[in-house]
Design a binder for this molecule. Structure first.
Ligand SMILES: Cc1cc2nc3c(=O)[nH]c(=O)nc-3n(C[C@H](O)[C@H](O)[C@H](O)COP(=O)(O)OP(=O)(O)OC[C@H]3O[C@@H](n4cnc5c(N)ncnc54)[C@H](O)[C@@H]3O)c2cc1C
Length: 292
């Protein structure tokens, strides 16, 4: 049971949302899927004066406009998995969503926006969003800001959202054809990630790498983008080369994240393997596409 009382509001538009947040920026808490907010209210860790529920604000759609795909902040993992646009154009997001644990309840309730705003280092979403070049669309009292993920996530549990601002969407550039690979290392079937890697690969007709992108997740306070093209571009992705790219990725981890799931030392050690497996999966995705 929630031990405190507060005002509840469910704005129907972004204008209503920003107006409501402007009335009490410091005392408002935004509610998306509520998988983190509701337990925190129950424990008394969150004591807002106003709970601003996004569910009626029309922010759950996935739409394409020109060269941009816009995923509403309240799109759930189930929405991502059900969207043909995600399947066709941003398959990496679908691969990530499939790996989120907690069963149908979390898939139907947890949102992409909620995951990014919670900024929990050990989450699935951020690395995939980073590899796809996701940009956070943030609405505030005076303006809408577009912020690349690397600037949106400042530190563990810290975003660049100011009081009175809300994430309303994540925008992705339409990707050139290519293949995706996601790998999540976890303790058991239903665990949050210890380490993740999200990869994109594109080969030319001769099997030479034209494009590659990779982000490591859960291994540091914020996702670690890795410029693997420096290693892979213009070369054939033989196993030895993928291993070289994966070692290059592991070398970029910096200060590793340490929590109850795994020590920082363990995360630093496994980063190489996790990166290599994501690249291998992306490569086997290419081969499956070729065989179809
Ligand atoms: C049993 C269980 C298993 C899980 N397993 C995994 C897993 O394997 N991998 C994984 O990555 N995650 C996992 N999660 C977490 C899940 O991914 C949630 O989706 C995510 O952490 C929070 O999303 P939410 O929509 O519920 O956010 P909420 O709880 O609604 O909000 C989270 C935080 O973000 C803020 N916020 C939310 N939306 C906005 C917005 N639009 N603008 C501004 N602030 C906002 C809230 O105020 C709050 O501080 C699991 C959760 C549970 C309970």
């Amino acid at each position: 049971m929630i031990p405190t009382t507060f005002h509840y509001a469910a704005p129907a538009t972004v204008d209503e949302l920003t107006a409501l947040l402007a009335e009490d920026p410091a005392g408002s808490v935004v509610l998306s899927g509520g998988t983190w907010v509701v337990p925190s209210l129950n424990r008394g860790d969150l004591t807002p004066r106003c709970l601003v529920d996004l569910r009626r604000a029309g922010l759950s759609s996935v739409e394409r406009s020109g060269d941009v795909i816009r995923v509403g902040a309240t799109a759930t993992y189930a929405d991502l998995l059900a969207s043909p646009l995600i399947g066709d154009e941003l398959a990496l997001l679908g691969l990530m969503a499939r790996e989120v644990t907690g069963g149908p309840q979390i898939h139907n309730q947890g949102t992409l926006g909620g995951s990014l705003c919670a900024a929990r280092p050990g989450s699935d979403a951020a690395a995939a969003v980073g590899t796809l070049g996701g940009v956070a669309v943030v609405a505030g009292p005076d303006a809408v800001r577009r912020i690349p993920l690397g600037e949106f996530l400042r530190d563990a549990f810290v975003t660049c959202l100011a009081p009175g601002e809300a994430l309303i969407a994540i925008e992705f550039p339409v990707q050139p054809p290519g293949s995706s690979g996601y790998y999540k290392l976890k303790r058991g079937g239903s665990s949050w990630p210890i380490a993740t890697a999200a990869a994109l690969l594109r080969l030319d007709a001769d099997g030479v790498c034209e494009r590659a992108a990779l982000t490591l997740g859960a291994v540091a306070a914020v996702p670690v983008p890795v410029p693997v093209e420096q290693i892979l571009r213009g070369r054939r992705p033989e196993p030895g080369l993928l291993d070289e790219a994966a070692r290059f990725a592991a070398d970029r981890v910096g200060v590793p994240w340490d929590d109850e799931l795994a020590s920082g030392r363990y995360r630093a050690t496994v980063s190489h393997v996790v990166a290599r497996r994501a690249l291998q999966r992306a490569l086997s995705d290419i081969h499956q596409v070729t065989l179809r």
